[in-house]
Design a protein around this ligand. Structure first.
Ligand code: OVM
Length: 399
């Protein structure tokens, strides 16, 4: 082991720093060049930066567990900050049972029924902004649209929805180190967590909603009442800050590529594949962790048991061995096969909802706007688990 370890690359790369959030791609390229598995000395974890290895680890849930936590914390050794997710932070057989419920609730047929509603609401949001001519794409679009449509689909009332922004920030701070950012958010836990828990209860959810359908699975005996509440919590944890951040990053990528915006404005039906290409090109969800339940290997490198493995999906999506012109945004490329939503048994169960939301927003804008210009400074949020903007000032030129 000692001999093998000596031959393995190491790096002081910090996946959680503000420098990395501003521009991770040069560091990712160095990591891919360093080797298939790189020891990150700051955190004593393994990083996997290449497409083939990221994909194969994600497809091997027996050797790379999710029950050990999907963030930096090692649940095989440390107490989780909240009761673990019974889908994200679970292995089969528990995961198989809970995933089946959410896969049914978020099935393609359900999505088809939501599409018209989402598109109409995006037009209602976007048209006045286009009239105004300039706006902040984060404050006025990304932070508004998912918070309006997704809790509605879940069956949750309007009261206190600003708490979802705080809760989302907490969940994704929970993916990173226990730093000041994490502690500042956790100071709000005593008020926000009980509020979220109340919104997850059966009686809080409108009949016919996603939430109510989860409780139908309780009534059918597939899951317990407590598991029902935890699966509603999963939708709230995974379904808001991710789509908020992804819509923001998508608009940012497109605003930086005027020729690509022109292609989209010329054919707004490209909105869905344009969104996927922006996920590949510059993702709001740049990584996920696995934990080894026992000794294993990655690309021939021996890995001990109970090790944290950082899977750099945003790096995999720029790997030149998988993608032609990997560093170019091209909304007409064949982007299927990117790992921005993960892959394997934990591949994003809500990816159809995310695509529907983003498609609604991008196509509403593309229908009205021929050009987009960034008019001021752009800033990243401090989030450690997501890469997201806090502001994106835009001017739009109507068709
Ligand atoms: C969950 C959960 C939380 C955050 C993210 C996620 C990306 C899932 O609570 O199940 O999936």
């Amino acid at each position: 082991m000692a001999v093998a370890a000596a031959r393995v690359a190491s790096s002081d790369f910090d996946p959680f720093s503000s420098e990395t959030r501003r521009n991770p791609y040069a560091a990712y390229e160095r990591l891919r060049a360093a080797g298939p598995v790189v020891r990150l000395t700051r955190y004593d974890i393994w990083a996997v930066p290449g497409f083939a290895e990221v994909k194969s680890v994600l497809e091997d849930h027996a050797n790379f567990s999710s029950a050990g936590g999907a963030g930096l914390a090692n649940y095989f050794k440390q107490k989780p900050w909240r009761p673990p997710s019974i889908i994200l932070e679970a292995d089969p057989p528990l995961h198989t049972r809970t995933r089946a419920v959410l896969a049914r609730v978020l099935s393609p047929g359900v999505m088809r029924r939501l599409a018209d509603e989402f598109k109409a609401r995006a037009v209602t949001l976007i048209d006045p902004l286009v009239e105004a001519g300039s706006f902040d794409a984060i404050r006025d679009i990304a932070e508004v649209f998912p918070i309006s449509v997704f809790p509605d689909a879940l069956g949750i009332d309007q009261e206190g929805r600003e708490n979802f922004l705080t809760y989302g920030a907490m969940v994704f701070a929970g993916f990173g180190p226990e730093n000041d950012y994490f502690r500042e958010l956790m100071a709000k836990a005593a008020t926000v967590l009980p509020w979220v828990a109340a919104k997850c209860q059966r009686q809080a959810l409108r009949p016919g909603s996603f939430g109510a359908q989860i409780y139908q699975a309780v009534d059918a005996g597939e899951i317990s009442e407590e598991e029902g509440a935890l699966l509603v919590r999963s939708l709230l944890s995974a379904g808001l800050d991710t789509t908020i951040s992804a819509i923001g990053m998508s608009l940012y990528s497109l605003a930086r590529a005027p020729a690509q915006w022109a292609v989209l404005a010329g054919n707004p039906t490209l909105a869905r594949s344009a969104f996927d290409e922006t996920l590949r090109y510059d993702s709001a969800a740049p990584f996920v962790f696995r934990t080894t339940p026992h000794e294993t290997v990655i690309a021939g490198v021996p890995i001990d048991g109970h090790e944290k493995i950082l899977l750099l999906v945003a790096s995999a999506n720029r790997d030149a061995t998988r993608w032609e012109r990997a560093d170019e945004l091209d909304i007409t490329r064949r982007v299927s096969g990117h790992v921005g939503f993960g892959v394997g048994i934990h591949g994003c169960v809500g990816q159809m909802v995310a695509r529907l939301e983003a498609e609604a927003v991008l196509s509403a804008l593309a229908a009205r706007v021929s050009r987009i210009e960034i008019t001021g400074d752009v800033a990243y949020r401090e989030s450690t688990g997501l890469r997201a903007l806090s502001c994106l000032p835009l001017r739009v030129i109507p068709k």
